[in-house]
Write a protein that binds this ligand. Structure first.
Ligand code: SAM
Ligand code: SF4
Length: 331
């Protein structure tokens, strides 16, 4: 048994996010520019076999949870093949996927059959025209069909991610929570983070957790924070006091949770990152392709985790956004 992945602040890392592609089929303004995105050439992208090998090595270091993300993971051909490979690795306890759901109606059954059980769907609004403005694509109906299909094939604990951008998303906050209550889906409000590719982010542009809670309590009813949740989960969760439904908050700006972080990230072009906001990253693809041993790769994972900083500095003047935007890291 290898020693677990501890950083110099005593945080244990058992959670790996893998971005399976940087490509996306929509263009959310807080993530991608509308035109002219340069995606990585195919040979730069890790194969499923390379990702599987990396996961096998990471499992030896104590990784237990995997989340697949993108870009948009469902644009990667044959994703269920990768899910099957990962699900078969002894030691993996949980596989989740984050998707914009545009292609989910066609793929939900195949994903479920492959062993996927947890899905986070990204949808900011129930209004088709607002969806088009935010994503610069007219795919609202397809996303709704994707949500229906996911529930039909048996995904139980669906979550929906809403990116909380101030002076934009306010009209959607309450309708999304109501939709979640009706459909048994937890709505997660994610504070707008400085990871957009066009440098649009400003602190004033973040709709913060406390404001959202006030809106929900005023329009729907009291919320109670859920006790005993996993302290290392990034979201703070609340239940409506009437017993119908939950909401969650990923509040990287107003309530940073770096001290509980248990995550490392592998990008689709094979770079290992110790933080969403990290400037430095470690090349793993080269090692996966040059005949390096599993032990060498293990050592490189350890070194990356040992180099991890105490936390991001969004709230200080020192903050420098990472050179990679959200779609090339994976969220
Ligand atoms: N395409 C998939 C999707 O949209 O869910 C997976 C990748 S996307 C980068 C992962 C998550 O990042 C999305 O669910 C979205 O909620 C979130 N996101 C994207 N840009 C963001 C930003 N600038 N600030 C906060 N969250 C953001
Ligand atoms: Fe695509 Fe997801 Fe980024 Fe939206 S947030 S542009 S769906 S990668």
């Amino acid at each position: 048994m290898e020693a677990p992945l501890l950083d110099t602040f005593g945080r244990l890392h058992d959670n790996l996010r893998i971005s399976v592609t940087d490509k996306c089929n929509i263009r959310c303004f807080y993530c991608m520019p509308e035109e002219g995105v340069k995606f990585m050439p195919k040979p730069e992208i890790l194969s499923f076999e390379e990702m599987e090998r990396f996961v096998r090595i990471a499992v030896r270091l104590g990784v237990r949870k995997i989340r697949l993300t993108g870009g948009e993971p469902l644009v990667r051909k044959d994703l269920p093949v990768l899910i099957r490979k990962i699900a078969a690795i002894e030691g993996i306890e949980d596989i989740a996927l984050t998707t914009n759901a545009v292609l989910l109606a066609e793929q939900a059954e195949g994903l479920h059959d492959a062993g996927l059980r947890r899905l986070n769907i990204h949808l900011d609004t129930l209004d088709r025209e607002r969806f088009r403005q935010i994503t610069r694509r007219d795919d609202f109906e397809r996303v709704m069909a994707g949500i229906d299909a996911a529930q039909r094939v048996g995904f139980q604990k669906l979550k929906i991610n809403v990116v909380a951008v101030k002076n934009l998303i306010e009209p959607d906050i309450v309708p999304m929570a109501r939709f979640g209550r009706e459909r048994g889906i937890e709505i997660r409000y994610i504070e707008f983070m400085p990871l957009d590719s066009q440098g649009l982010w400003s602190r004033a542009g973040v709709l913060v957790q406390d404001r959202i809670i006030a809106m929900l309590e005023r329009e729907i009813g009291p919320l109670d924070e859920i006790p005993d949740r996993d302290p290392r989960a990034p979201a703070t969760e609340y239940a409506f006091r009437d017993g119908i439904g939950r909401v969650g908050f990923v509040s990287s700006v107003s309530h940073p949770f770096c001290l509980n972080c248990n995550r490392i990230r592998l990008t689709s072009d094979g770079k290992l990152r110790y933080c969403l906001f990290a400037i430095d990253e470690t090349d793993v693809k080269g090692l996966l392709r040059d005949g390096s041993s599993d032990e060498r790769i293990m050592e490189v994972i350890r070194e990356t985790v040992r180099a991890k900083w105490i936390g991001h500095e969004i709230n200080t003047a020192k903050f420098v956004p990472p050179p990679r935007p959200m779609y090339a890291i994976g969220g």
